[in-house]
Design a protein around this ligand. Structure first.
Ligand SMILES: Cc1cc2nc3c(=O)[nH]c(=O)nc-3n(C[C@H](O)[C@H](O)[C@H](O)COP(=O)(O)OP(=O)(O)OC[C@H]3O[C@@H](n4cnc5c(N)ncnc54)[C@H](O)[C@@H]3O)c2cc1C
Ligand code: SF4
Length: 338
């Protein structure tokens, strides 16, 4: 383990001051990702700024009828929050599909957004990896790439974003509230995570010196017609090969609005407005679901070991749309185990 200094931030302004003063410092929240990365010497911060005592642990209703989720709300508390269960069940379902109960108890809302890829080469400091060591190469492109991206990848990096929660937040069109040396700003969720391009070392558009203070949900939660379907190698404690969040607004026998977000397929949660638009004003039929899924996956490209994910994603989208339309979301049986 590397040596590092440890400081505790007394308030949000103090946290911003401390991180802005040290380019090699990192915030620590639940520590469930950062500590693993430090043990592997993938991350080597010289200073950790503990933010766990900051007053960012509340879930509150906003004036427009949405919700504001403090960056330090633990994943478990968020999934079981009555307003989230009732109004944003797709978010509760996505959170419960991730990690394990112990991890969800520790993991924070802000940390979940900023968790890093699970690409095995990123963790293995003996191998080239552009995300860990820019310019060194990508071991996954011609290596073991079964879990890697089929959409939005680049010649520099084919990693995926591992979060389940973020797929639901992309679907709900959340906003990320951020505070930095220049004050506060709000980032639309679609603009928070980045595609790899030729700078895969940057996962997000958060600047060094900024702290995530909250995630805001708009009023619309798709509580009547939603699902979160996660396909993985094991039924629990495994990252998604493919996951699909769906929210439908039905008006009589037609779809008034459809949203579909994919996880496990790209460097960020993946949405495609033109595929969603194909469903609007249409009846919720198998034919229309297949058509939207084909459109959503039409630019997908497979590598040697992950081409199966294209058909897997296509089928998962059709199934998730059918579950949401019927009002029979994917089982949340895991929620019974506290
Ligand atoms: C074995 C295992 C299995 C897992 N399985 C899943 C899974 O299936 N699905 C899933 O979605 N996740 C999974 N996870 C990931 C887990 O959800 C994340 O590790 C967790 O959400 C990170 O939150 P944290 O508070 O512990 O972050 P930390 O580890 O404390 O921090 C992570 C990063 O976020 C930064 N950070 C934290 N808070 C802030 C803030 N407020 N502002 C700015 N920067 C901040 C830190 O500096 C650090 O870079 C798994 C983790 C493990 C270890
Ligand atoms: S896919 Fe990205 S994270 Fe994985 S080895 Fe290539 S550059 Fe590194």
């Amino acid at each position: 383990m590397i040596n590092f200094e440890y400081n505790r931030a007394s308030d949000v302004a103090d946290a911003v001051r401390k991180i802005a003063a040290d380019p090699a410092a990192k915030f620590i929240a639940g520590g469930t990702n950062l500590i693993d990365l430090m043990k592997e010497e993938v991350e080597r911060p010289t200073r950790l700024i503990d933010i766990t005592r900051l007053p960012l642990k509340e879930v509150t209703e906003t004036a427009d009828g949405g919700l504001s989720i403090g960056a330090l709300v633990p994943n478990t508390d968020l999934a079981y929050h009555p307003l989230v269960e009732r109004r944003y069940p797709v978010l509760a379902s996505a959170i419960m599909a991730g990690a394990s109960q112990q991890l969800r108890n520790m993991a924070s809302t802000g940390g979940n957004l900023l968790q890093r890829t699970r690409c095995a080469y990123f963790y293995d400091t003996a191998t080239p990896c552009n995300k860990r060591a820019p310019g060194s190469g990508c071991s996954a492109i011609d290596g073991l790439n079964r879990g890697h991206a089929i959409l939005g990848a680049s010649a520099s990096c084919v990693a995926t974003h591992p979060s389940d929660m973020c797929v639901a937040l992309a679907l709900l069109e959340a906003k990320v509230k951020v505070q930095g040396p220049q004050g506060e700003r709000t980032i639309a969720f679609a603009d928070f995570h980045r595609l790899p391009g030729d700078t895969p070392q940057r996962d997000t558009n958060l600047e060094h010196g900024e702290i995530v203070t909250a995630v805001e949900l708009p009023p619309r939660g798709f509580a009547a017609h939603y699902t979160y379907l996660k396909v993985r190698d094991r039924l629990s404690y495994a990252f998604a090969l493919v996951s699909v969040a769906v929210g439908l607004e039905l008006a009589g026998a037609t779809i008034a609005e459809a949203r579909v977000a994919l996880g496990g397929v790209a460097h960020k949660p993946w949405r495609n407005a033109s595929a969603e638009a194909l469903l609007n004003g249409q009846p919720p039929s198998a034919e229309n679901f297949h058509c939207a899924a084909d459109h959503l996956l039409r630019d997908a490209k497979g590598l040697e070991h992950n081409a199966f994910k294209i058909e897997l994603a296509r089928r998962a989208v059709v199934r998730a749309l059918a579950q949401a339309a019927r009002g029979t979301p994917q089982s949340q049986s895991d929620k019974r185990i506290r």
